[in-house]
Design a protein around this ligand. Structure first.
Ligand SMILES: [Zn+2]
Length: 403
């Protein structure tokens, strides 16, 4: 059993938000994705410059290339990629389900094809634990069985049973072999079925993990169902442990989740949107920099931002890089967005003793306008589209933001 590496140091007066001292950093924190021990278009040195404090890598993919043995022989993942902050490793099951590499799953483990050699591989809970111990991340995740959305009840029941059985095996193996003070988090599954979430959360709580993740959400389900499943899960896992909502990524969603008692996040969202030329600001909401209005805009992306991009370049210059299809613009916009997320977490921390509510309200109009955009772009129902347009105009007027 590892010694306590975290404690609650502040609580919000009005919501369930709190601040943990978590190893060397504070929650809430957001982890950029470094799946294969690197970001997409950004490296460890970039992350240092934009104050990234924690990242998440994928243990299973790293075990295939360069291999857990190589990373171990080079002194562990921190030295291998030269990142001094906190490193989480995901067990890797999630990637396997979503890719064409997936071959099958049974009580024993997950079978998949090695994308580098074509070889068939079986990953068991015990093997996965050993990989994460060899890689020597700060926090390991249990191997779980995550159904995609939508899933039938039968599939959800199977996933919860398997996730519990594997969590028991992971914990047993990890307790026995953990000689590096690594933390192991349990992952609660159950889709958007509240009764299954409750069963899974209650059972995993008896295993006394030092922290818990909520998995299988933010994968395309309606947002109200996601919040409901989150609340139910939180009710049945020990309150005084750090909680990690896997994959949740929009700024407003992060703040709302913090107000419910979530402490840790990871998502591709900020970098994926950056690669589509969208940037976040505290002053003007979300900007689509390919739009003509930025052609001669001499302002930085966000006047209040100290990131290396805002310190050096104007919106007009970045717009120009987009127009000439310069690949480096993807890197620049990714860095700004990741820095924005670090600031968002800092602002949440600063607000917590009083209340996080007022920052949530700042991001609400942008979020609603974005949801309306999705309806306008995707819905085939003309009445719904018209309603969404009107709703968007109302929120734009209320918040004083451009459509
Ligand atoms: Zn910036």
């Amino acid at each position: 059993m590892s010694r306590m590496q975290f404690e609650i140091i502040a609580r919000d007066k009005k919501t369930k938000a709190r601040i943990f001292k978590f190893k060397t950093i504070k929650t809430p924190f957001f982890m950029p994705v470094a799946t294969k021990a690197t970001g997409k278009f950004y490296d460890s040195n970039d992350m240092k410059k934009i104050k990234v404090k924690a990242i998440i890598a994928n243990a299973l993919l790293l075990s295939l290339e360069p291999s857990a043995a190589v990373i171990k022989s080079l002194g562990g993942i921190h030295r291998f990629m030269n990142f001094k902050g906190i490193i989480f490793t995901d067990s890797g099951g999630f990637q396997m389900y979503s890719e064409h590499l997936f071959l099958g799953i049974n009580e024993n483990g997950i079978r998949f094809r090695n994308p580098f050699t074509g070889q068939r591989i079986l990953c068991t809970p015990e093997k996965d634990m050993q990989i994460q111990l060899d890689i020597a991340s700060d926090v390991a995740m249990c191997l779980d069985d995550m159904p995609l959305y939508p899933a039938k009840k039968e599939r959800l029941i199977q996933s919860v049973k398997r996730t519990i059985a594997w969590a028991i095996r992971c914990k047993r193996y990890h307790d026995k072999h953990n000689n590096i003070n690594q933390l192991l988090f349990g992952i609660v599954q159950g889709g958007t079925d509240n009764s299954l979430r409750k069963i899974c959360a209650k059972k995993l709580s008896t295993l006394k993990f030092p922290g818990y993740a909520i998995g299988g959400l933010a994968i395309g389900e309606p947002e109200n169902l996601m919040w409901q499943a989150t609340k139910v899960t939180l009710k049945y896992i020990p309150e005084k442990t750090p909680k990690y909502l896997m994959g949740l990524g929009k700024p407003y969603q992060l703040l709302k989740a913090i107000s419910l008692g979530i402490d840790i996040f990871d998502s591709r969202y900020p970098t994926k949107t950056a690669r589509h030329n969208q940037v976040f600001t505290f002053s003007d909401g979300t900007l689509k920099l390919q739009r003509k209005i930025y052609k001669d805009d001499k302002n930085p992306i966000d006047k209040t931002c100290n990131c290396p991009v805002c310190q050096n370049y104007s919106r007009a210059y970045l717009h120009h890089l987009i127009k000439i299809k310069e690949p480096n613009v993807k890197r620049l916009l990714s860095l700004h967005n990741l820095y924005f997320y670090q600031r968002l977490m800092e602002k949440a921390q600063e607000s917590i003793p009083e209340s996080i509510d007022h920052i949530i309200n700042i991001f609400l109009p942008s979020h609603i306008m974005q949801v309306m955009d999705t309806i306008i772009e995707n819905s085939k129902d003309p009445h719904l589209v018209e309603k969404a347009r009107l709703n968007k105009m109302t929120w734009s007027y209320k918040s004083g933001r451009k459509i």
